[in-house]
Every structure is written in C-alpha cells, then in structure tokens.
Design a protein around this ligand. Sequence first.
Ligand code: ZN
Length: 276
Amino acid sequence: MNIINANLKFGKIGNRKKTRRIIVHHAAATSCDAATIHRWHKERGWAGAGYHFLVRKDGWIYSLRPIGALGAHASGNNSDSIGICFEGNFDKEKMYPAQVDAGRELVAYLKEKYRISKVQRHKDVGSTSCPGKNFPFSDIVVGNTAGSGATSTGPAVTDPDKTAGKLSVDGYWGKKTTLRLQQIFGTPADGIVSNQHRCYKSQNPGLDGGWDWKDAPAGASPLIKAIQKKVGATPDGHIGPKTIKAIQRWLDSTADGTFSAPSACIKKLQEWCNKQ
Ligand SMILES: [Zn+2]
C-alpha cells in the first residue's frame, strides 16, 4: 500500500492523545482531491482538512491531516478516532473496486498500526447519512471479529463515549468491567472474556459474570492477550496465576496470583479504568 502525502499546510492543531477507533466518511461530492477538501475545511475556519486520509476513486490514498493530530471529522468523536474520507457521494453512487480495495488496505493497516479493531461509519456516531447508503462498509471493514465471535462493525457497535460511564469500584470483575477494559484496549466490546480455562474459575471468585469458562478452550481472549502485553505476561490470551501475578505487580497489589472476592487488585484495576 502506498500513501501519498498531500503536503497540505495546516494551522495549529493539537495531538490526539488516544486512538481507539476509525471513523469512515464520504466526501458527499462526486469528485474532489485533497487540496479541494483542504480549501473547503479552511473556509469553515478550521486549521485545514479535517480527515486524516482521503481514498480517491482511482485507488490512490492521500494523507491529509498528520496521522497523530486531532481530527475534525465527527463532532464529539474526534478525541480518539482517525477519520478516513472516501471521494464520492455514496448516497447516489456505487463504489468501484479500486477504491474499495484501497479502503480495505488502509483500514487494515491502521488497525494493525494502532492495535485497534473498531471501525464506525460517521452515521453511527452522529445525525448524518455519511458515508451514504451505498457505502460498502462490510467490504472495506473485514476481520473485525478477532476470533471472539463478537462483531464490532455496523450500528450495533457500542460507542465508548456514550456508554463508558464510570465503573463501580467493587472488586468483582464481571461484564461491566470487561466491557470497559475492551473499550480501553480496543478489542471487540461484548463484555465477555472468551475461551478461558475452567480450572481457574473456583480459585478466583473475584472473576464474576461474563467469563466464558471451558474445559478445553479452543481459542483465546483478545482482551486477556492485550492485558498480558500491557503487564508484561506471556500473551497467550488465558487468565491464570502467572497473568494474575503480573496484573497484581503492575497495579502494585499483593502478588499472590489469585483474585479473591472482593479483590483489592480488581478494585485497583477498576480505578485504573476510571482514569482512562
Ligand atoms: Zn462524515
């Protein structure tokens, strides 16, 4: 994949502190290049083009706003998202394969780069028809399931900005704690810790509802993997004494390798979530 720097000159823009998701748009214009979008957005009094990328109909990808900069593309949703604009008006037109393929490659590249899985349409987060009723979302956004059986595509997506709230610090790791962790780590957000070894259930009463205990799990949990990477444990996607000890050390809690009920370490984990 080749990304062309459109070399646009911007006014002052701050950096984006978090990257949790990608939001896709259309230009609502049949034909437009990077410079045109830049001019339109400047005319609105912005620092310049509000999107980070433009995918043109011929399949060329342009970088507009610097990738680490705060975007201006989805009101109330810019602080943790990357904005991609597709040339065209997909309320009226259909997208041709060159553009679909380029969009798919760009989305896959960004998901990998930022270790995120969440992609939304502008209309999933705001009152707009963008990116248009013919936008081929499922052709561009593939592989969102990350093996958990959950999907993070389409309007059913849970928007962390709307649902996050604060966790109650009760020392029990149930569905709400899992969902919040999934949102923070950018893994599919279904509130379930999938594919865990049943033998650790009774040892860890602090692990409450929503744990998918199996005698012989065939897969692993993307969330546990992400947490293991964060705390320096082997990222096998399964909870167990070693991972629990690593989490306890990371949170400066007594490292005994189990989660009691209520667990002081889970309380610290919930407090950590509430600060994110
Ligand atoms: Zn839009």
